[in-house]
Design a binder for this molecule. Structure first.
Ligand code: PFF
Length: 476
């Protein structure tokens, strides 16, 4: 039997781990994506499903993923290999690691493009371009940015380069300082913006839009998007939290850390939503206007509020920082795999993978202009297709398999060693991971595959297949 390959790095304290994990979770997903998909999917009912997914699926899978990393002590592929061996399970569990490494790379390829928009907006804000800007002009300004492939390419390249440089120096080096500053800064500016939102006269509409559910607006596709986003925003399902967990020593509490990650992440998303929709309704803008929502609304606020130049520049700088601390975590599973598995030096691995990811990102850049008419999955552009496949398919699938591994395959003693839950909570946790979370994910998947009148049949079929599959897994 070959030796298990393990990583010897570790976080200097529990706080550093929490900061890094929160840095990974809080990013464009909260500030840019949550508001725009909420707008596209009709508001309240979508938000409710999203919050339910965070609590019932996201939190337990986050705890599981960190625990898998700590117990497997390596990058996602190697960690799953180690764990499969230790628990007498099939070698095929490695594929779960591959799914994550690939998803991380694909997400990063468009993530850097969007982060590039934030850099462009930081520059505009510093130049004073938003002063007195109208909602209409802000819309035109955004459209002009998207129509310019060279500018988008420039910012995409810059963000990719910075990500590579940080990753090649080792993730833990500067991350603590950066996040110490970023998170409180972001919260303060969001609170300032919340103050502004209350003066727009549309704050009540915004609260109603986000928190009073109208279920007639909910489709199975919206449920899939809400569930996918729960994975995306918590950085789970692809192995990022597994790698971060692999640097975590035995004495730290995974349960406590996971709660903090979920609370910080959800708070930032909801605050951003409240602010953005106040501006949307005050200016007669369209909530469902798509990926440009943040960039078409906030300049209006900064252009009209006291200290707007200062807060605007600081805000976009913080968005860039939040994006970078997530970007480094997206490439980390791949880099640590290439480094640990192939013995390629960390710096070289970062440049090599970064180069490939940059190239895929060029496709996303073009999907907003030259390739706008090119459709892949149904009506989706290349950017929309990459986002859909990774967020709505690969991450939930990865999470589902992690749940199955923790709940059905892992030895109860290893599970108990890594998750310090009381007996009652542990039973509930395992029950949820055995049946609740996996079935919920599969039902949402299935409902998107068949027409409404066949959903019942499909669910019954899934339960049957799942039962047979688990029976197989249990037999080894
Ligand atoms: N959670 C990040 C965000 O909300 O922006 C995005 C992300 C980072 C997703 C890392 C997945 C991941 F592994």
């Amino acid at each position: 039997m070959s030796q298990l390959k393990v990583s010897n790095d570790s976080w200097s304290s529990q706080t550093v781990f929490i900061l890094a994990a929160v840095g990974s979770a809080v990013g464009l997903g909260n500030l840019w994506k949550f508001p725009y998909i909420t707008g596209e999917n009709g508001g309240g009912a979508f938000v409710l499903v999203y919050l339910a997914c965070i609590l019932v699926i996201g939190l337990p899978i986050l705890m599981s993923e960190v625990a898998l990393g700590r117990a497997g002590k390596a990058n996602p592929i190697q960690a799953m290999s180690n764990l499969a061996k230790e628990n007498g399970a099939s070698k095929l569990w490695r594929l779960l690691g591959f799914n994550g490494v690939l998803a991380g790379a694909l997400i990063l390829s468009f993530y850097t493009v969007i982060a590039g928009w934030a850099v462009a907006y930081f520059m505009q804000s510093v130049r004073g371009d938003f002063s007195g800007i109208t909602a209409e002009a802000a819309g035109v300004n955004f459209d002009e940015l998207l129509a310019n492939p060279l500018e988008l390419l420039f910012w995409h390249t810059l963000v990719t380069l910075v990500t590579i440089v940080i990753v090649s120096k080792g993730v833990k080096g500067g991350i603590e300082k950066a996040i110490n500053f970023m998170l409180p800064g972001l919260l303060i500016i969001l609170l300032v913006l919340l103050g502004y939102a209350m003066t727009t006269g549309s704050f009540g509409d915004s609260v109603r839009f986000l928190f009073s559910p109208d279920f007639s607006k909910l489709t199975w596709e919206s449920v899939l998007v809400a569930m996918g986003h729960a994975f995306f925003t918590l950085s789970i399902g692809l192995g990022t939290m597994m790698v971060y967990g692999s640097y975590l020593s035995k004495e730290f509490s995974i349960v406590k850390a996971s709660f903090w990650i979920v609370i910080a992440d959800t708070a930032v998303a909801l605050l951003a939503g409240l602010v953005i929709f106040s501006i949307v309704f005050a200016n007669g803008l369209e909530p469902g206007s798509g990926p440009g929502l943040l960039f078409q609304t906030l300049p209006v606020a900064f252009g009209h509020m006291w200290g707007g130049w200062f807060f605007g520049s600081l805000f976009f700088a913080l968005v860039v920082m939040a994006a970078l601390s997530s970007a480094i975590s997206l490439i980390e599973p791949a880099v640590s795999w290439v480094n640990q598995q192939w013995g390629v030096e960390r710096t070289q691995a970062a440049w090599l993978l970064g180069g490939i990811i940059w190239l895929i990102g060029v496709g996303t850049v073009l999907s907003f202009n030259e390739w706008k008419g090119l459709h892949f999955l149904g009506e989706r552009t290349l950017f929309d297709s990459l986002d859909f496949i990774t967020t709505n398919i690969m991450l939930p699938l990865g999470g589902l398999l992690m749940a199955v591994f923790i709940a059905w395959v892992m030895k109860p003693s290893t599970r108990a060693d890594n998750l310090e839950l009381s007996e009652g909570w542990m039973n509930l946790f395992v029950l949820n991971l055995r049946w609740g979370a996996p079935i919920a994910v599969m039902v949402v998947f299935a409902s998107n595959l068949v027409s409404a009148d066949r959903v019942g049949f499909m669910i019954a079929a899934i339960l049957g297949i799942y039962a047979v599959y688990i029976w197989q897994v249990r037999r080894g």
